[in-house]
Design a binder for this molecule. Structure first.
Ligand code: ACO
Length: 434
């Protein structure tokens, strides 16, 4: 393939040169892309990109990542500034509406979220349908999907007011649904949300409080939780966000789309990684076992990966991992945990991996999940809730991306093509003749 006239590319196919219109599209920052929409019409060929590593599926103004430099911007603001100075609900406003809110806008936004924190009382019955040992992600996925059966008054995806109310409902109700999934698994009464508490504070309250006793949320832990939520709020067109967009492109309602996103997040290569990191650390058990473990990771036949390391986009330190490491130390200090064996193990593993040729040459660095599991464990959050917490935070990103897509006049159903490698046409053979 070579460049020719501006906006077109000359391609050599079977020894013959063909010219195809492929205008270059430039973003505000970041690499330009070839617009290949006319490629099939011009040349009769598609492009092949399993895993979509070289394909932009949409244009978006929400999040920018420079994976080589380790940069993450939300609406232009660096993630470290947001994590340091902002709050999760303010970041939610930013992602959804494009700008940091004024005081008045923030107050109105908070009112909008708080107004919707309770769930329809009948939804409680859904929990009884699950086994007590159900994974809370299964419960979250089911109950969030079921919201579409309860809130018919906000399901018209072409109505901006309905879209706004659905966004509020999702951001407000997902923490309640998530905390109840945990309460159900331990057989404790469900705690109703308290609108006098902050977003992260309320989530910790619903998780940890019981009706029999007063419960005071530790402000350092609430701030740490708020920061964890900020760090997970959005991350461009990752697998779960792309799932939400693909489901949304069909005109499915937002509750169904977010349920699809939750299902996609569940896998260990994505949101399930924080849970997998803790399992891995527990399996390693002791520093002396690290060399053997690293040897297994390097052995291609073992299929063992260093969980919490590597990223499709970041080929440098994940900027969220650095903030997470700092937060981890703050939380352990606050809780008076001087020597945490898991943290020691994680730090040693990180040190070895960052100096090992295998990881250096493949540009594998710690990602956001390497530390988040250790913090959440120290805060008393059970391992099975880690990915659920990620989903609570990412709901904001998903619904912001869904809203952006719904407002895009060029939006059309997502429908990738394929290279067919099966049989060519053949005739049916009767069973006796096979
Ligand atoms: N441990 C060991 N080797 C790894 C790791 C790892 N964690 N990640 C990638 N590699 C190696 C692969 O074996 C491959 O080697 P090869 O070129 O010799 O075949 C090379 O690095 C590239 O790996 P890919 O799988 O092609 O990279 P991809 O971009 O598809 O995968 C992913 C990214 C899924 C995140 C991967 O790095 C991984 O599995 N990491 C562990 C799971 C994890 O932490 N996931 C969380 C991601 S962040 C998030 O979702 C919030």
């Amino acid at each position: 393939m070579s460049g020719s006239a501006p906006g077109s590319v000359t391609v050599t196919l079977d020894g013959t040169n063909h010219t195809a219109k492929m205008p270059l599209m430039a973003g505000t920052i970041g690499p330009s892309v070839f617009d290949i929409r006319k490629l099939y019409a011009d040349l009769g060929v598609f492009t092949y990109d399993p895993g979509y590593g070289g394909t932009a599926a949409c244009d978006s103004k929400i999040t920018y990542i420079d994976g080589d430099e380790g940069v993450l911007l939300h609406r232009g603001y660096p993630i470290d500034q947001l994590a340091e100075k902002s709050t999760f609900l303010e970041v939610a406003h930013l992602l959804l509406n494009g700008e940091l809110p004024t005081r008045e806008e923030m107050a109105e936004f908070e009112r909008g979220v708080l107004h919707h924190t309770m769930v329809h009382e009948q939804l409680r019955q859904f929990y009884n349908g699950f086994r007590r040992d159900a994974h809370p992600m299964a419960v979250l996925c089911g109950v969030v999907g079921a919201l579409s059966a309860f809130y018919h008054d906000s399901l018209d995806i072409n109505n901006p007011d309905h879209r706004r109310i659905s966004a509020f409902r999702l951001i407000a109700k997902v923490p309640t649904i998530a905390a109840w999934a945990y309460k159900y698994s331990v057989g404790q009464p469900f705690m109703y949300p308290r609108n006098d508490l902050g977003y992260a504070e309320n989530f910790l309250y619903m998780m940890n409080a019981v009706p029999a006793e007063p419960y005071h949320v530790n402000p350092v832990l609430a701030r740490a939780m708020d920061r964890i939520l900020i760090l997970h709020a959005d991350h461009e067109q990752n697998a779960s966000t792309s799932t939400v967009r693909l489901a949304g492109s069909t005109g499915a309602n937002p509750f169904a789309c977010i349920a699809a996103g939750i299902a996609s997040l569940w896998g260990p290569a994505h949101g399930g990684a924080n849970e997998a990191v803790l399992k891995m650390l527990a399996e390693i058990g002791d520093k002396s076992a690290i060399p053997d473990f690293i040897a297994k990771v390097k052995d291609k036949n073992s299929h063992v990966r260093l969980m919490g390391f590597g990223h499709r986009v970041y080929k440098n330190y994940d900027p969220r991992a650095k903030i997470m490491e700092r937060t981890c130390h703050e939380v352990l200090d606050e809780l008076g945990i001087k020597d945490d064996p898991l943290l020691d193990l994680a730090l040693e593993l990180e040190h070895i991996a960052l100096h090992d040729d295998y990881f250096i040459s493949k540009k594998l660095y710690p990602n956001v999940d390497f530390y988040s599991g250790i913090i959440l464990k120290a805060m008393g959050i059970p391992t099975s809730m880690f990915t659920v917490l990620f989903a609570v935070a990412r709901t904001v990103g998903w619904i912001s991306q869904w809203k952006e897509m719904m407002e895009d006049p060029l939006q059309r159903i997502g429908r990738p093509r394929q290279v067919y490698t099966g049989h060519s046409q053949r005739d049916y053979v009767a069973v006796g003749a096979r």
